[in-house]
Design a protein around this ligand. Structure first.
Ligand code: TXA
Ligand code: MG
Length: 422
């Protein structure tokens, strides 16, 4: 059952005129205008988009993707003016729910009477932040502002009074939006699965469920946009991405990133210190069928075990390896016998381990990355390919926790099942 899913091949869009592109996309534009859902490319990952003003259309995205209703969507626009038209620039007063989501409280006096702890952002501050945000658009970064609630239905915002907005740096996305509506669009993947960075992967998840996929070739960055909350007292990075905290300092003189926003931070005594702020952060993400093992060094034991605990993942701390190592007598190695395995690495640090794995597995594929940017661009697609090849394990050499690499580690920490340290 289901509808026919058509691919509009625009992988060579850079050689085409705007008119030609528009003509080729006409059927997809018609679908959006009719309140349907289609998939389209952006410079980060593919999006699953519908008219952001149309509640019924946006409902379909949640249904097709299997997305929890409290996880808001990013609205993609084609101009600064369009962004401006959906932001409420009035003084923003909200209740600070102790690290939970913000909720607008318009009646300041009632607040005072009820002794509610509220915070206040003036129109001036919001306009200033919007000026700064603009300087990074078009680009792989989304900003959260107070929403014009009469324009953007509650379902898009996951019930919040704020809205995440992005002006993508992708000609096809821009032309599509220009000729239809601002598009509410999450990443184009079944909820919980790795994002899609090419049209084949989109088809694998949504064949028969959407009418059109616009194929713009492989995504340039390969990981989702940086998400910056401009509605908190200090602008805050909720999701790291290609544009880093270091990049943002010169623009927003104060900007925070805290892991507390992404994970449950556990104290040494096992108690919960804080939990995620962005609604999406509490759900499973980016997971292939294969078991994902993140490697680590014993020196980072405390740090890694904290990560493992806060995301309830298993951690195995092991002795350094040598070649006499007998897989049959060692947990968790026993499980690797005769398995199909994918290894993603970028140095020779874990080569002794990989040599042992190769000896015992039935089929090991090793991919060596030259830099973190090429890793970011390809790893989601490789996760998906590993599943198609029935690989049972994916071993990954980690990156660092600063600059752009932080964005990679943020995704890997969510995708992983186990950490093995040596
Ligand atoms: O690069 C990207 O951002 C891609 C492409 C398609 O643009 N989109 C994307 O969307 O990654 P999605 O839905 O997979 O992730 C959006 C994230 C979620 O973690 C969501 O919770 C958060 O942004 N978010 C959206 N609106 C929010 C809001 N008003 N407040 C807090 N977090 C919000
Ligand atoms: Mg997503």
């Amino acid at each position: 059952m289901g509808i026919k899913t058509n691919i509009i091949d625009l992988a060579n869009f850079k050689n085409l005129s705007e008119d030609t592109i528009k003509e080729k996309m006409l059927k997809a534009i018609e679908q959006i205008n009719k309140g349907e859902v289609i998939a389209f490319p952006t410079e980060t990952v593919y999006g699953l988009g519908a008219n952001a003003f149309n509640e019924t259309a946006v409902e379909k995205i949640f249904k097709i993707k299997g997305r929890p209703a409290d996880n808001p969507l990013i609205v993609h626009v084609c101009s600064i003016k369009q962004a401006e038209s959906i932001i409420d620039f009035n003084d923003f007063i909200y209740k600070n729910n102790n690290n939970k989501n913000t909720e607008t409280i318009r009646d300041e006096n009632q607040n005072k009477k009820d002794n509610i702890n509220f915070q206040f952002l003036s129109k001036k501050v919001l306009l200033d932040r919007f000026q700064k945000a603009q300087s990074l658009w078009p680009g792989p970064i989304s900003f959260i502002f107070p929403a014009k609630k009469d324009k953007i239905p509650s379902i898009v915002r996951g019930g919040l009074s704020t809205i995440a907005i992005r002006l993508p740096d992708h000609l096809l996305a821009q032309i599509l939006i220009k000729n239809s509506f601002p598009l509410a669009a999450p990443s184009a993947n079944i909820s919980g699965k790795p994002s899609c960075t090419n049209s084949i992967d989109v088809i694998n998840d949504f064949n028969g469920k959407i009418s059109y996929v616009i194929d713009g070739g492989h995504s340039v960055y390969g990981i989702e946009s940086t998400v910056v909350d401009c509605t908190s007292i200090i602008p805050t990075i909720l999701r790291p991405g290609f544009i880093t905290q270091e990049d943002l300092y010169p623009i927003f003189s104060d900007i925070e990133y805290s892991d507390a926003l992404n994970y449950n931070i556990i104290e040494k005594d096992g108690s919960l210190k804080s939990s995620p702020k962005s609604p999406g952060m509490k759900y499973t993400h980016y997971k292939p069928e294969a078991k994902v093992v993140l490697l680590g060094k014993n020196e980072d034991k405390y740090f890694l075990s904290n990560i493992a605990k806060s995301s309830s993942k298993k951690i195995y701390m092991m002795k350094p390896l040598d070649f006499s190592f007998d897989i049959n007598n060692n947990e968790p190695f026993k499980n690797l016998k005769n398995k199909k395995i994918l290894i993603l690495k970028h140095s020779d640090l874990f080569d002794p381990l990989f040599e042992i794995i190769e000896r015992f597995s039935s089929d090991t594929k090793i991919i060596n990355f030259l830099d973190s940017y090429s890793f970011a661009q390809k790893f989601y697609a490789l996760f998906r390919q590993a599943d198609r090849e029935n690989r049972e394990y994916i071993f990954i050499e980690p990156y660092g926790f600063s600059g752009f690499e932080l964005a990679i580690m943020n995704r890997l920490q969510k995708a992983m099942d186990e950490i093995w340290t040596f």
